[in-house]
Design a protein around this ligand. Structure first.
Ligand SMILES: NC(=O)c1ccc[n+]([C@@H]2O[C@H](COP(=O)([O-])OP(=O)(O)OC[C@H]3O[C@@H](n4cnc5c(N)ncnc54)[C@H](O)[C@@H]3O)[C@@H](O)[C@H]2O)c1
Length: 327
């Protein structure tokens, strides 16, 4: 029997704290050579304007988790089919037999694991007393980014710069109610940088969203948005001023315009990347003084999906969540 888990099942099974723990363990296993993580495989379907990404991973150690996420990106979906642009499904297999053990919705899981990776990075890189978050973008990812910040730091306030005012308003209302923090919309990008302890870039912008000269010493930045070479949310000043940690160097150099654009322009070299997150969680020093500006740049890895999915599966089984199906 395999367990079928809907979005609501995933949401009720896995807390952000559990997700952060699972994702940190995945980065640890990956760093010690105990994970297999092929590059994501894309298939383009031009006649339907579709892109499908296959993201498999195996994580060894006590986690012993095998799975794959399938993500589809269909920009015409909302207008033509009343469906979201991005859909995702995660399959989990038994590493001993190969048998399918679970199939779950991957959209919320993606947001949760992306937040969790920023949570792990923030735990190791932000100042311990970080309280104020500046948030760029107030979409799906921004919500779980903020949840993760509140899980690892004593956050009291978020200042939100979002180009769609109604999106910003509902984000602020929901986050203030669920996280018990002050949430307010700001009208100038500078207000989401100056005076903020943590700045999060979680937009779909293809061009830089703030001026790195505005960053104050001691700020930690999570840059999660751009993950193609033709897009960047962060300007070269931000990159040059920051100690840069990435989810995985090879993936960042293949996909992160935020880093590759200044490298190609000769403004930094690839050596400007200080470490992979796996190195930080296994003991390489993260922040070394309160004045440093630190940056975690992520593009998203299948080990995050598989580690979060195995945790969902274990918790769902323990709590009796989901539906058993015989394929
Ligand atoms: N790093 C990862 O692992 C990872 C995982 C999932 C998604 N992403 C990326 O994160 C980004 C956000 O994803 P999402 O699902 O939240 O998208 P979304 O469409 O739900 O939200 C993006 C928001 O950004 C806002 N925005 C765009 N340009 C802006 C600007 N210049 N200033 C302020 N706000 C702006 C939009 O109005 C929108 O509300 C995307 O680029 C997505 O590809 C990264």
């Amino acid at each position: 029997m395999a367990l079928l888990l809907t979005r609501a099942d995933v949401q009720s099974a896995l807390s952000m704290t559990d997700a952060i723990e699972a994702v940190e363990e995945a980065f640890r296993q990956q760093q010690v050579g105990n994970a297999q993580l092929p590059l994501r495989t894309p298939i383009r379907i031009p006649q339907h304007h579709g892109l499908v990404l296959f993201m498999p991973a195996y994580i060894g150690g006590e986690m012993d988790a095998l799975g794959m996420k399938v993500v589809t990106v269909y920009p015409d979906n909302p207008a033509q089919h009343s469906l979201p642009i991005i859909l995702a499904t995660v399959l989990l297999n038994d590493p001993c037999t190969g048998k399918l053990v679970a199939m779950m919705d991957g959209a919320y899981l993606t947001a949760l694991r992306t937040g969790a990776a920023s949570g792990v990075a923030t735990k190791h890189l932000a100042r311990a007393n970080a309280k104020v978050v500046g948030m760029f973008g107030a979409g799906i990812q921004a919500r779980t980014q903020l949840m993760a910040m509140c899980a690892v730091r004593p956050i009291t306030e978020v200042r939100v710069y979002e180009r769609a005012p109604d999106v910003a308003r509902s984000f602020c209302d929901d986050m203030a109610a669920s996280l018990k923090i002050t949430a307010r919309q700001v009208m100038e990008p500078r207000e989401a940088v100056a005076g903020c302890d943590i700045v999060i870039a979680a937009t779909t912008s293809k061009t830089p969203i703030f001026d790195g000269a505005w960053l104050e010493p001691g700020t930690h930045i999570n840059g999660i948005g751009s993950h193609s070479l033709d897009a960047r949310e962060l300007d070269s000043t931000t990159i040059k001023r920051s100690k840069v940690v990435v989810d995985l160097r090879s993936a960042a150099l293949a996909e992160a315009g935020d880093l590759v654009t200044p490298i190609n322009a000769g403004e930094i070299s690839a050596d400007h990347i200080y470490a992979d997150l796996g190195a930080i969680v296994t003991g390489k020093p993260g922040r070394t003084d309160d004045g440093e500006i630190t940056l975690f740049k992520s593009v998203g890895l299948a080990i995050q999906d598989v580690s979060a999915a195995i945790k969902v599966y274990q918790l769902a089984r323990a709590k009796g969540i989901g539906q058993e199906v015989n394929l």
